[in-house]
Design a protein around this ligand. Structure first.
Ligand code: NAD
Length: 275
């Protein structure tokens, strides 16, 4: 059984606070990796058409034997498919590859403001939602300025914004904006992509105190902030380790020490320039 708590999205849908991210996992390997995650208690998986592993992910879902309603599946629309009609077609293709009748969450992968199509794209998302083919719709990599425009020009407030977020890049402004508008914050690269961040001495000290690993300390920090996390690993022992973060608590001082690691610099692209 899964011990991952749910958060309640702004339309009442429940979303597990922790899931498996599968960026850079080859399609064939995705079936095994996602299958191992399900066996370890994960019930949420984050893929995207751009990851080219929706088929492999879908095979793992089919093979899991789990009731569909117990699994939370997220996929995303890639930048070159923005626009009303092309978004609808791209969504159909994602569903087909996943072998599903609906996804739990469909995200616009990047705002790609240079294209100036995210408003019409979102209108396609509203149609997909109205048709019941996505239980919730959201965005990814949207800055408050992009979100403000969406909310001014369309009907539905995104349920989720999935953004780069980890102790080196804490996104205080976006998190406050999301909280104010009832948008759930989902952290991508929650472990800072496993490089460098996990070697921070502050994290190591806290990890030793709790008898946990640095990755578990960082994930626990996210959980206590209320973020949804989707750590990626293809290593069975790490997949298991990353879900083991619901039986200890960081105190206020430890949370403050982790907050002090913010550098305000991204590992990934700036949403104003990508796409
Ligand atoms: P991550 O922060 O989850 O780091 C993953 C890396 O950390 C692994 O490849 C591995 O090297 C290491 N790692 C994992 N578990 C570990 C452990 N227990 N101990 C030590 N090292 C460990 O980085 P990510 O893959 O970039 O992000 C996670 C997910 O977020 C992706 O798989 C994808 O689903 C999503 N994502 C979305 C966007 C977007 O634009 N929306 C961008 C990047 C990632």
């Amino acid at each position: 059984m899964s011990n991952v708590p749910n958060i309640i999205l702004n339309n009442g849908v429940r979303m597990p606070q922790l899931g498996l991210g599968v960026w850079q996992v080859p399609d064939e390997e995705a079936t095994t990796v996602v299958g191992h995650a399900f066996a370890s208690g994960y019930r949420s998986v984050d893929t995207a058409s751009a990851y080219q592993n929706e088929r492999g992910t879908g095979k793992a879902i089919a093979a899991s034997g789990l009731p569909r309603e117990e699994i939370f599946v997220t996929t995303k629309l890639w930048n070159n498919r923005q626009g009303y009609d092309s978004a609808l077609r791209s969504f159909d293709a994602s569903l087909e590859r996943l072998g599903l009748e609906y996804v739990d969450l469909y995200l616009i992968h990047w705002p790609a403001p240079g294209q100036d199509k995210y408003v019409e794209t979102w209108k396609a998302f509203e149609k997909i939602y109205a048709d019941g083919r996505a239980k919730a719709i959201g965005v990814s990599n949207f800055k408050p300025t992009h979100l403000r425009r969406l909310m001014e020009e369309t009907e539905i407030v995104p349920a989720v914004n999935q953004i780069e977020l980890h102790p080196w890049f804490q996104q205080a402004e976006s998190r406050a904006f999301h909280a104010e508008h009832g948008i759930a914050t989902e952290a991508w690269s929650p472990l800072g992509q496993g490089r460098g961040l996990l070697d921070e001495p502050v994290i190591g000290t806290i990890a030793r105190r709790h008898g946990r690993t640095p990755a578990q300390i960082v994930l626990r920090w996210h959980i206590q902030l209320g973020n949804v996390v989707i750590p990626k690993s293809v290593t069975p022992s790490r997949i298991e380790e990353n879900i083991g973060v619901f039986d200890f608590v960081l105190d206020e001082d430890e949370m403050a020490q982790l907050a002090s690691l913010d550098r305000g610099t991204r590992l990934g692209a700036d949403p104003d320039t990508l796409g």
